[in-house]
Write a protein that binds this ligand. Structure first.
Ligand code: CA
Length: 496
């Protein structure tokens, strides 16, 4: 991609200049200038470093009336906002059957295969690939619980392995048919203690293998990821890589969750990921991370991180602000990149799980009323972490059903407006493009002028990098002048 004088990289000086000019021309308030985040780019080992986001709850949120807005306050598709800010991959969880016998959703987004297909198809419109995160359960699978799907509860091991295979293949087919670009599949979620109702450590690898075989048969180009957590238990998580190897599990990506409140230092994170990369040649990634931009709650359901919970005592390195949230994302990406060539990327967990009704400024009866309205939406549309209907399957859902525990870790404020911190996904990488190469295929050709024209009539999406590559006239916008300048350049006006 590096060719001659047209190769460009953003520099801190250029960004400062743009900021200066923008501030001078636009009637920008001091407030918006203060909210501009500063992020030092990372020298990634490869262009495709995953800067991903899990937004599994988005459909249930939209059904509850939530809307998302860009910086100018324009209502915009969430997936477009994410892509416009540099997110390049979407992760979605999939539950086999998150409904009770009467058809009521368990909540947590009611993320069945059809929902995943819809999310994957919307991501593809903006050029984002999909990581399909199979929980092989009907509701949340995590280190503490790996419950069997209802439909599999009476199956013996062999029949269960066959069910995993059949279900995996059929689900991927449905998701692909919807138009999703499936780049990676996760075979289980935080599978520290089991998977698909199987908890014997001699049998767990057989479930991984069944899933893996189904994915390989479906499409040999899809990356297969395993997912564990508790990287702070260094010896244990390294042992998991040995265990997978000893059991001949065929996979590509060794991944862990990394929540800085609980999961040890960044140096340790790099160390445990390097072990899987160096010893077994696996790609490595962080499948989930997040960080709070505020300690305030905005939906009436207690947050995982608040001024009484998880906010101190763990040597947290970042302030609870938009800048701090962005800094955490950069730091985790840097820790993965420090592994070397095998450092594949980072996914942020549920960066859009905002409130369905803002409680922030309410008190007394008004607060109570709003929370009750929110609860009705969580129950009806599944937009909280759990609806009461999940109680028959997961007792925790029955006891503690409610809303979002991570609304203060989203990249959107309670009204749905994007926060400046989302820019970390774009700013963290140095652009590598040729001026005029609007379609980013490595050369400037007439196709680039066509791409600009297609972009201008709204039938082609341009990523932030594509917009910068297309901006021949250096005026921070893409218009017909840029298409003309590409044509003039090709016609021999090389000084353009
Ligand atoms: Ca909350």
């Amino acid at each position: 991609m590096r060719t001659g004088g047209f190769h460009r990289r953003r520099t801190a000086i250029l960004m400062a200049l743009i900021l200066l000019v923008t501030t001078a021309i636009l009637p920008a308030s001091a407030d918006s200038a203060e909210k501009e985040i500063e992020i030092e780019p990372i020298a990634f080992h490869h262009d495709g470093f995953i800067r991903g986001m899990d937004v599994s709850s988005v459909v249930s949120l939209e059904n509850s009336g939530v809307k998302f807005y860009d910086e100018s306050g324009n209502e915009t598709d969430l997936f477009r906002i994410l892509a416009d800010h540099g997110v390049n991959y979407i992760r979605v969880r999939v539950w086999n059957d998150p409904y009770d016998s009467a058809g009521n959703g368990y909540g947590g987004g009611n993320n069945d295969v059809a929902t995943a297909a819809q999310i994957g198809s919307r991501a593809a419109k903006y050029g984002m690939k999909l990581l399909v995160d199979f929980h092989y359960s009907d509701f949340w699978a995590d280190p503490a619980k790996q419950q069997s799907p209802k439909a599999w509860k009476d199956l013996g091991l062999d029949a269960r392995l066959q069910a995993v295979k059949t279900y995996t293949a059929a689900s991927l087919e449905t998701i692909r048919q919807a138009g999703a670009m499936i780049g990676m599949v996760q075979i289980g979620n935080e599978t520290n203690s089991g998977i698909a109702g199987v908890s014997d450590f001699d049998d767990i690898p057989k479930v991984f293998t069944a899933a893996s075989e189904a994915i390989r048969a479906f499409d040999g180009d899809i990356l297969i990821a395993v997912h564990f957590t508790d990287p702070q238990n260094t010896a244990t998580i390294k042992w998991r890589a040995d265990w997978l190897d000893q059991n001949n599990v065929d996979y590509d990506v060794f991944s862990t969750s990394y929540y800085p409140y609980w999961h040890g230092s960044l140096e340790n994170l790099t160390d445990v990921l390097s072990y899987a990369a160096d010893t077994y040649g696996k790609y490595v990634m962080v499948a989930e991370t997040s960080y709070a931009y505020t300690l305030a709650d905005s939906d009436g359901h207690p947050n995982t991180v608040s001024d009484r919970n998880n906010n101190t005592g763990n040597d947290l390195l970042w302030e609870f602000s938009e800048q701090g949230q962005a800094d955490e994302v950069r730091a985790v990406m840097n820790a993965v990149n420090n592994v070397g060539e095998k450092g594949l990327g980072v996914f942020y967990w549920e960066g859009a799980w905002i409130t369905v009704g803002d409680t922030t400024s309410l008190t007394g009866d008004a607060y109570t009323q709003r929370v009750n309205e929110n609860r009705a939406l969580w129950e009806q549309y599944g937009s909280g972490w759990a609806a009461s209907f999940g109680g028959g399957y997961d007792p925790d859902a029955g006891s503690y059903s409610g809303g979002s525990a991570v609304d203060n870790q989203a990249f959107f404020d309670p009204s749905g407006k994007v926060l400046s911190s989302l820019w970390v996904f774009d700013k963290v990488h140095e652009d590598d493009y040729i001026l005029g190469d609007a379609d980013l295929d490595g050369t400037v050709s007439i196709m680039d002028a066509t791409a600009v024209q297609r972009y201008l009539v709204g039938i082609k999406y341009f990523s932030p990098t594509a917009k910068r590559a297309a901006d021949m006239s250096h005026d921070s916008k893409v218009d017909i002048i840029d298409a003309t300048r590409i044509q003039r350049f090709l016609a021999g006006f090389k000084d353009e």
